[in-house]
Design a binder for this molecule. Sequence first.
Ligand SMILES: *Cc1c(COP(=O)(O)O)cnc(C)c1O
Length: 432
Amino acid sequence: MPAQRRHLGKVSIICTNCGQEAASDVFQYMCTCGGLYEVVHDFGKLDSEALKRTFQNRLGERMTPYASGVWRYKELICPELPEEFITTKYEGNTGLYAADALQQYTGIRKLWLKAQSENPSGSFKDNGMTVAVSHGRSLGFTRFACSSTGNTSSSLAMFAAIAGSQSYVFVPANNISPNKVLQTVAYGARVISFDGTYDDGIRFLQAHSGELGLYVCNSINPYRIEGQKSIIYEIAQYLDWKLPDWVIVPGGALSNATALGKGLSDLYALGFIDKLPRVGIVQAEGASPFHRMVASGGAELIPDELPYTLASALNIGNPPSWKKALHTLQTTNGVTVSVTDEEILDAKALIDQSGVGCEPASAATVAGLHKLAAQKVIDKDETAVCILTGNLLKDTEALRYYHLEAMSGGAYRNAPHSAELTLEGVRKWASG
Ligand SMILES: *Cc1c(COP(=O)(O)O)cnc(C)c1O
């Protein structure tokens, strides 16, 4: 056996609903029973200590796939993928910041912010997309598709361009974030604008992607989830494999919550961490079917027919990965909470003013943490990390509204001041 194959684990593709195994050399993301597939690793033969050293050594890589904050952990994500297909922009490698000002705001002992907003296309979607596109290429695909209102499509369009492939993006004509769609267009995606919702786009792809020869890159693709596991691996590695008591994520389609639970289970199974942190999933009140189900003790998700939140990345009424996210809650003794758009925007202003910055959906984490601490679900002596999912510049409409419109009523509003450019005028303003 060649040396580099010695540490490879075995991987199978299993339906999370009926347990049936799928072939790994054809592209499938949904079982005939309607269940979603998941990648199941057999880590049995891996040497944890050797792997830890490998991950540590790779922090010194430059210009190789292992310089990526995702592919650094290839053995735990996509062990069998030949290196030649890896399509990377050195995603991951994002900052983990101690957030003193927000620590005070939330009242807990220690808080970190994990800035996935620093990814090359500006959101955590890059962590999963690099793996999906690389996997699609390994199967011979050159045409990649998704239904999206912005960040998924920007990420896909970027990686497809890097790979020299074509991306096809299905974008609802209404309720979309202009910056994100423009970013997608700029990377060269073919954008199909249609009269309908994100869910209609997904349904179309499910029905026709096969005959169109499209590789589907939405988060129902299990390789996206594998890549997104790297977020918690990286947090753990940066903290010397000692995680805080809580990890807080926003919940939209619930792929991030799914990947977080799966990544934590990996770290625990491999003995990298000796205790599982608890997970908090925060939804926006106007699009919170998952939180409502959990809070009411229900067993089935009842979709929101007309979801609305200003945090556009969370504006999803029927999250496809809710069963997987429920599993995350069960394995980590997790909780859910919902927050209003006002709470989101105030938390966002504080995150922005701390110098880290994020888009509204990401700020749901700090708003949720604030609420959970006030409710004493999280104790003031505990520690937490909030995952900031998208960049401050992704949604300039939200910034314009909060800071420039008096009607926003934002507690941390910072509108420009108009004044005569006189010494007296400026002196007064500068001392304010
Ligand atoms: C996609 C996205 C979310 C929601 O993540 P899910 O995995 O769909 O729950 C949150 N914030 C941002 C910025 C996103 O792009």
